[in-house]
Each structure stands twice: as structure tokens, then as C-alpha cells.
Design a protein around this ligand. Structure first.
Ligand code: PMP
Length: 429
């Protein structure tokens, strides 16, 4: 099959055909994890049934085929995010591992005591905790980039936060709570100008900044890659991380993109098989080349094949259809929520995707989520691994509706109908 029409997408996802609590399932929790199209499930099945073998070490047919197919997926990922070459793509178990890899393989080697890392108030714990751990171990300072009232990051605040001690800006491309799409290219430009100014200062002999590391820019793309075409070269970031399971692929797969010259100079953080050239108990170990030296142990071969199938599927649907469709549904949700009494929506960014956080009066998000479940509607409730953002808004929990390409206007109508009903029920409770 070639192109896939957006109208047909839902029927390609077997799980979405089921009933929950005797109601047809309405799945609105894709930001937590997306469902899988049949092609992905079949690819995994087929690999286990007909092609399964380990990679790298084998000279036999199956192993050679598996190795070559895995490297083909690396090439696919490279094209998917617009990297320059497949050697810039490291397979990881997810966004979390990709960010921890940068902390350990780049940060530990390049940062010094007193250096500063800028993280935003809207980031997921996966892009906060690794930096806090590194800061603790290396006496670094974390600086917080605040979120404005409408759920955005101001570029002026970034300019104020950057200093001669800054070594990293770590920020999400899209917020997993507010749905805000951050202006990554504009952030990269500010960082570039800052670096250029520092280098000029250094060459004119100013203030001992000559051996300072440049400020690097890490983007957590976990909530971005399924909604819009990402081109890491156009975005201008140094590192970009995402998870396979949110992009309609299997769990336990993920990607770290790192600019070629950076990756060449990073040190492995996990040692083991596959990442070596030679091991000698007396002379030590010679490592493999990048990106393979960052992939110690047997990789998630089957998952990677599934990821390849997911990216093929996405390509055939195409981001043009996906973004038009998802934007339409996002506007429907927002408009309907605005018309339900007592609903408070968090985040009003101009540039956004279909991740919508709200609360219903003073009612706990958990109650709203549990009620919706009775209608067969799956949403997320809680802190969404973004406790600092909950603090920013002065709440413990939020409800979150998150859309994917397989959602329909019928899903939204059911959500709105149920929410109106719950609002009335809770009002009288
Ligand atoms: N960052 C963001 C913005 C996310 O939404 C998530 C997943 N909720 C992660 C990082 C972590 O991804 P994973 O658990 O797949 O490693």
C-alpha cells in the first residue's frame, strides 16, 4: 500500500476496536503511549517467527540479515528527523535513557564544578532528574527557566539566564502537559549568538573564558515527533531525544541524535559486548566507533524492527494530513472545554499540539478520570511526571486529554458529552 488516508487510520489499529466498560473505547492518552498499527504488530511477529537472530556477531545468514535490517532502520530514523548521517543516530531504550546517556557521556567529560545547566519549568522529570543527579555529582548549578502564565517560555528570560558559566540548555520541544510547542530554532539562535560572543571575548583575551565549553542545546522531542515533521538540522540543536512507543512503535525503543563531531568526542557510559574493538585484560579495551560504542549489550532488535515499521506507516500517512487533522480536533476540544462550566484549561500557547490539560472546578483529576473511564474514555490524570509544572500552577494534579492521528471527531463528541454529564453529577455531589 502507498498513501494512507487519515480517515482510514483508526481502522488500522486493532486495539481501538475494543469495548471498555461496555462502551466503545475512546483512547485519549496517546501522550503517555500511542497504540500500534497492525503493520507494526505484524512486523514484530514476523521477525520473531521468520527472521530472529542476534545482530553484529554472527556470520550466519539470519544474523547478517538482522544486522543489515537494524542498520536500515537507523537510516530510516536518520531521514525521519533530518540528521546528516546514520552515524548520528544511537538506539536507546527510550527518551529517558537517551538523556541519561548525554548526561553521562557528554556532561561528565565536559562540565566542571560551578557550571550551569538551564532546565525549564515545563520539562518532564526525564529532562530534569538526570541533570539534578549530574549537578549533585559534579557540583553544577541548575537554573530554572520559568513558564509564563499562558504556558510559554520567554526568549527574553533565556537571554537573562545564559551566563559565562552556562554549559547546557535542556528543554522539551513540546510540553507533555500544556501541549506548547517551544520555538526551538529561535532558542538555538540565541545560544549560537551567546557562544559567538563568548568566543569573541575569549579571543580578545577577556575574563578567562577561553577554555570554557560552548553552551550545548539538548531537545527532548518525546512529544513532538508524532505530531509534526522534525528536522534536527533546521532546528539547530546539538542533541535530540525521542521514544519509539509514542510514535506508534514498540516500547523499549528510543533514539538519541547527536551532532557528528560531538558524538565522536563522547565517552561510553555503559561497557559490555558489541561496543568494543578489542578487550585485553592487561592492556585494556579499545572501543568501537560511534554510534555503536553507545549501544553496549544485545540491543532491542525486535523493537527496532517494529520502530522501522512504525516510521514507514507514519510516512505513508504523512504529516500534512496528520497536522491538519489533529489541529482540527484540538480546536474542537478546546472550544468544548471552554463552554463547560468550571473547567480551567492550563496553557494557552499560540503554537500548540493536541495535548490539553485541565481541571474541573475543585474536583480531583482522579475522580474525573475515573468517571470518564466508566464511559470507556481513557485520559491521563495526575502530575504527568512534571511536578515542577504542577507547583507552578499551584495544583497537585491535572486531567490530560492527548490526541493522536487515529482520534476522530466522534471521540471528541463522546468526551464532551461525558464531561458535561460528570460536571453536573459532581456539582450536585
Ligand atoms: N519527555 C517527555 C516530554 C515525555 O512526555 C516523556 C514520556 N512521558 C519522556 C520524556 C520519557 O519518555 P520515556 O519514558 O519513553 O523514556
Amino acid at each position: 500500500r502507498h498513501g494512507i488516508s487519515i480517515a482510514q487510520v483508526k481502522s488500522d489499529f486493532p486495539l481501538l476496536k475494543q469495548h471498555v466498560n461496555e462502551k466503545p473505547l475512546v483512547y485519549l492518552d496517546s501522550a503517555a503511549s500511542a497504540q500500534k498499527p497492525l503493520e507494526v504488530i505484524e512486523r514484530i511477529n514476523d521477525f520473531y517467527q521468520n527472521e530472529y537472530a542476534s545482530v553484529h556477531r554472527g556470520v550466519h545468514h539470519l544474523s547478517a540479515e538482522a544486522t543489515s535490517n537494524m542498520e536500515t532502520v537507523r537510516q530510516q530514523v536518520c531521514q525521519f528527523i533530518g540528521a546528516s548521517q546514520r552515524e548520528e543516530i544511537v538506539f536507546t531504550s527510550g527518551t529517558t535513557e537517551a538523556i541519561n546517556l548525554v548526561a553521562n557521556s557528554y556532561g561528565r567529560i565536559n562540565f566542571k564544578s560551578g557550571d550551569e545547566i538551564i532546565v525549564s519549568e515545563m520539562d518532564h522529570h526525564a529532562n530534569i532528574v538526570p541533570w539534578q543527579m549530574l549537578a549533585e555529582a559534579m557540583q553544577l548549578n541548575i537554573k530554572v527557566w520559568p513558564v509564563s502564565d499562558n504556558g510559554e517560555l520567554s526568549l527574553d528570560s533565556l537571554v537573562c539566564l545564559l551566563s559565562e558559566r552556562t554549559v547546557l540548555v535542556a528543554v522539551c520541544h513540546v510540553s507533555n502537559v500544556l501541549g506548547t510547542v517551544n520555538p526551538i530554532r529561535a532558542i538555538a539562535d540565541i545560544i549560537d549568538r551567546h557562544n559567538t560572543a563568548l568566543e569573541r571575548g575569549a579571543s580578545s583575551g577577556d575574563s578567562g573564558v577561553s577554555n570554557r565549553a560552548r553552551v550545548r542545546f539538548l531537545v527532548d522531542g518525546a512529544q513532538a515527533v508524532m505530531h509534526q515533521k522534525v528536522d534536527v538540522k533546521q532546528l539547530g540543536c546539538d542533541f535530540y531525544a525521542f521514544s519509539g512507543h509514542k510514535v506508534y512503535g514498540p516500547t523499549g525503543t528510543g533514539v538519541l541524535y547527536a551532532k557528528h563531531d560531538l558524538l565522536q568526542n563522547m565517552q561510553p557510559w555503559q561497557g559490555g559486548g558489541s561496543m568494543i574493538q578489542s578487550v585485553d585484560l592487561y592492556k585494556g579495551t579499545e572501543f568501537n566507533a560511534a554510534p555503536w560504542l553507545f549501544e553496549a549489550g544485545t540491543p532491542n532488535i525486535t523493537g527496532i524492527m517494529g520502530l522501522g515499521a512504525a516510521l514507514r506507516y507514519l510516512k505513508r500517512v504523512g504529516f500534512e494530513q496528520i497536522s491538519v487533522h489533529e489541529n482540527k480536533l484540538t480546536q474542537m476540544v478546546l472550544e468544548a472545554l471552554r463552554n463547560i462550566p468550571e473547567v480551567c484549561i492550563y496553557g494557552h500557547a499560540e503554537s500548540r499540539v493536541g495535548v490539553i490539560a485541565f481541571n474541573l472546578g475543585k474536583h480531583h483529576a482522579f475522580d474525573v478520570g475515573a468517571f470518564l473511564d466508566r464511559y470507556g474514555i481513557a485520559i491521563r490524570t495526575g502530575h504527568h511526571c512534571a511536578m515542577p509544572l504542577m507547583q507552578r500552577y499551584g495544583v497537585k494534579a491535572m486531567c490530560r486529554v492527548s490526541l493522536a492521528m487515529y482520534n476522530t471527531s466522534d471521540d471528541i463528541a463522546k468526551l464532551v458529552h461525558a464531561l458535561r454529564h460528570i460536571q453536573k453529577l459532581l456539582q450536585n455531589a
